[in-house]
Design a binder for this molecule. Structure first.
Ligand code: ADP
Ligand code: ZN
Ligand code: ZN
Length: 742
């Protein structure tokens, strides 16, 4: 952010775009704050002037207030927040590109029947009638110049029709070639659009509740996969558009964008906008401008950063799969959660907020409880067509071991897999993502070694042998408090020697699997094989086309896939999920496993879920089997209340990263000492520093400090800038005030 002078005395306000020079080059800048006087630190300096006003009120003041709040809540600067919110390359573009008046194009639109008086076509000339008919055939709307060129109908004919209220000519800035969103009720103009489904009585009730909700109200739509939530979103969006308001549909993963976009475009036409990391820079800027320039309502489909789009007149925000941790940004700062931002946005803009999930997160569920809940709970308990959810079968891997089977795939799973091709069925197999260090567990009794202070699983660390190469020494370490201990030879609970680190890398597991599954056609679905915008889609298309029997993959596998031939969903090593040293490991594991279970049996044939584990008594596994997610939430809540964990306390994570392990560790320890007095005085605790669960990423060592304090209390921390100022060069810091994961 820079300070400029306003010598011409233009009435500038925050949200205006202005032209100016920076280091001799012309740019467009966003006015963040008009200042009454020069800041003292700039006294006596020459201040460059603003050269012209580019666009007044380019962004809504509500929007800026929202960003200021996000910056405060995330303990960071407005500048960093703007950097996250604005599309890359939008500001700071060379102003020359804008210097000439933007090229305008004219869109011709037939007025929908409702708006046109019945006798309006009386007395039209044959030419005018022909123009109307041709426009009708073009789908009700067209760009003027190609339309004229193709039909020979000139502009004057259309203007005459406009005077009679039969068509509308709209001047649009260049770059808005995409057709306008077609409103419901104009299906007659564009018969190719899909009609809304006739809702089931339950869906109808839910939609009525959304309609009846007060502006700014949040609603949780809790419905199993396949319950018809998306259909409700689409009809709620249609409502908003019909009322002249915009709608924003968010989905957690870029891989889910194509199918949601397709459903929206089938229903609302090609004008549906998209905004996510798969868009090119130009596309993102176009969507951004389209939101700013649009006088008419828009429908946008996007991932978490789309929550910042300056959408006008927002009437509806939907967060599908609201429990998904991809809505949280871990880095760079601001470490915001799109759900929190969406709540704020809904309040400020009077939009309704619909949070959809089959497995809502504990906080959202909690916000629906009590006598005056802040969120309204709506349920869709049944799948469309009443298809049953598949039963869950456990394979106790301890028995496999007892009987001498040491392979990754148990005999029951192997049998099921081997039988697939003969019946033309398919399976998905989940291998929990690598990245978290492994923990020490007993294959005979399921015991996992925990930290004596923190009640989380200790993780296995291996030091690289000096000089590189060769296996180093191994020990156990806590990622919360840095407690360390030796690795024992035998299980402390049962004395077994089958006491080994658990959690091999995905890559190795995949290779081993492919070897064990000889004779089956296997496709791999993970970060490596799904690169690029269409990567997910391509693999899924291959699998859907029956080019493989088994799809093996990481977490991504569980999301959004709807394939009728999949009758088996299996989890190879559920334990890898259960024992992560994380604040929400239990909740997130169960969400993932239930979601995975939802992949099986979506077609006519019933499905089954098969889970391999050493811990069949674990609460997550128990509730996976009985399918009682809400009972799990209640137990989990009681457990967290008694342990004083989130949301009965606040946590804040300080993440440090630097090129050298020892340098970063020293910086983390020094930071801990620096903040400790203030933190402790405020009734908070400092835990750590400890190495991050993923201790080294892209050549940088990562350490972290965990702070714990009372709920709803403010962070007892100096500003981000001050905290950073005390760090050695090369060591970076991120402050995550409400971390989802460690
Ligand atoms: P969810 O989003 O909860 O997983 P969807 O909205 O995708 O559920 O619905 C699941 C399937 O049922 C989709 O194929 C959808 O087209 C269909 N469907 C949804 N609502 C209805 C309805 N009212 N009548 C008939 N089919 C429906
Ligand atoms: Zn044991
Ligand atoms: Zn510990």
């Amino acid at each position: 952010m820079f300070t400029y002078a306003n010598p011409e005395g233009w009435p500038l306000a925050s949200g205006d775009l202005v032209r100016l020079r920076l280091q001799g080059r012309r740019h467009v800048g966003l006015v963040v704050e008009p200042l009454a006087e020069l800041p003292p630190e700039l006294a006596g300096r020459r201040i460059l002037p603003i050269e012209a006003v580019h666009q007044s009120a380019a962004v809504d003041p509500h929007w800026q207030a929202l960003l200021a709040q996000v910056a405060r809540d995330c303990h960071t600067s407005l500048f960093r927040t703007l950097k996250t919110a604005l599309p890359p390359g939008w500001l700071g573009q060379r102003a020359e590109r804008h210097a000439s008046a933007p090229r305008r194009r004219i869109r011709v639109e037939a007025r929908s029947d409702a708006a046109v008086p019945a006798d309006a076509t009386a007395g039209l000339t044959p030419r005018q009638l022909q123009a109307l008919e041709l426009l009708e055939r073009a789908g009700g709307a067209a760009w003027l110049s190609p339309f004229s060129a193709a039909t020979g109908i000139g502009r004057s004919v259309l203007e005459a029709l406009e005077r009679r209220g039969l068509v509308r000519l709209r001047r649009m800035a260049d770059g808005l070639e995409e057709g306008a969103v077609l409103l419901p009720g104009s299906e007659g103009v564009a018969p190719q659009l899909e009609r809304p489904q006739v809702l089931t009585p339950q869906q109808d009730e839910v939609l009525a509740a959304i309609r009846a909700a007060a502006p700014g109200q949040a609603l949780l739509l809790w419905g199993v996969t396949g319950a018809g939530k998306t259909e409700v979103y689409l009809q709620a969006a249609a409502d908003a558009l019909a009322a002249g308001r915009s709608a924003l549909l968010l989905t957690p993963e870029i891989g889910l964008i194509p199918q949601l976009l397709e459903r929206c475009r089938r229903r609302f036409g090609s004008g549906v906008l998209e905004y996510h990391s798969g868009c090119s820079e130009g596309q993102r800027i176009r969507t951004w401008r389209r939101c700013l320039a649009s006088g008419s309502p828009v429908l946008v489909v996007g991932t978490r950063s789309a929550v910042f789009l300056p959408i006008p007149q927002l009437g509806l925000i939907v967060l599908d799969e609201e429990h998904d941790s991809s809505y949280k940004q871990d880095s760079p700062m601001p470490c915001y959660h799109a759900r929190d931002v969406a709540r704020q946005r809904a309040l400020r803009s009077g939009a309704r907020l619909v949070l959809g999930s089959a497995t809502p997160c504990l906080e959202t569920w909690l916000s629906c409880q009590g006598s005056q809940p802040s969120t309204t709970l709506l349920r869709l308990p049944q799948r469309i067509g009443s298809r049953p959810l598949p039963p869950v079968r456990l394979v106790d891997m301890r028995h496999e071991l007892e009987e001498g089977h040491r392979r990754l795939i148990s005999r029951p799973l192997m049998e099921r897999l081997a039988a697939l091709p003969a019946c033309g069925e398919q399976a998905v197999v989940l291998v929990p993502r690598r990245g978290y260090s492994s923990f020490l567990s007993c294959r005979s009794c399921g015991e996992v070694v925990q930290c004596p202070h923190c009640d989380v699983a200790l993780t296995v660390h291996r030091s690289r042998a000096a000089g590189g190469g060769g296996a180093g020494r191994q020990w156990l370490r806590c990622h919360w408090c840095d407690h360390r201990q030796e690795i024992g030879e035998r299980c402390g609970a049962c004395g077994s020697t089958a006491f080994k680190p658990f959690g091999a890398g995905t890559q190795r597991v995949m290779e081993q699997l492919e070897a064990e599954l000889e004779g089956l056609r296997v496709l791999r679905f993970d970060r490596d094989t799904t690169r690029g915008r269409e990567g997910h889609r391509r693999l899924l298309d291959q699998f859907a086309a029956g080019e493989a029997d088994v799809l093996v993959g990481t977490q991504m596998l569980a999301k959004g896939m709807d394939l009728p031939d999949v009758t088996l969903a299996a989890v190879l090593a559920a334990d890898g999920l259960l024992h992560r040293p994380d604040l929400r490991a239990g909740e997130q594991s169960l969400q993932l496993l239930l979601q995975l279970a939802g992949r099986a049996g979506r077609g006519d044939r019933p499905g089954e879920v098969l889970v391999q584990t050493y811990c069949p008594e674990h609460p997550v596994i128990r509730h996976l089997v009985d399918g009682r997610y809400e009972a799990f939430l209640e137990e989990e809540l009681a457990l967290r209340r008694s342990a004083g964990l989130v949301p009965f306390s606040r946590a804040c994570l300080l993440r440090l990263a630097g090129p050298s392990a020892s340098g970063t560790a020293t910086a983390a320890a020094a930071l801990a000492e620096r903040i400790r007095p203030g933190v402790v005085a405020a009734g908070w605790l400092v835990i750590g520093p400890a190495p991050a669960p993923v201790a080294r990423v892209a050549g940088r060592s990562r350490w972290q400090l965990l702070l714990h304090g009372p709920t709803a209390s403010v962070l007892p921390l100096a500003s981000e800038a001050e905290l950073r100022a005390g760090l050695p060069q090369g060591v970076s810091l991120a402050i995550d005030p409400d971390p989802l994961e460690l």
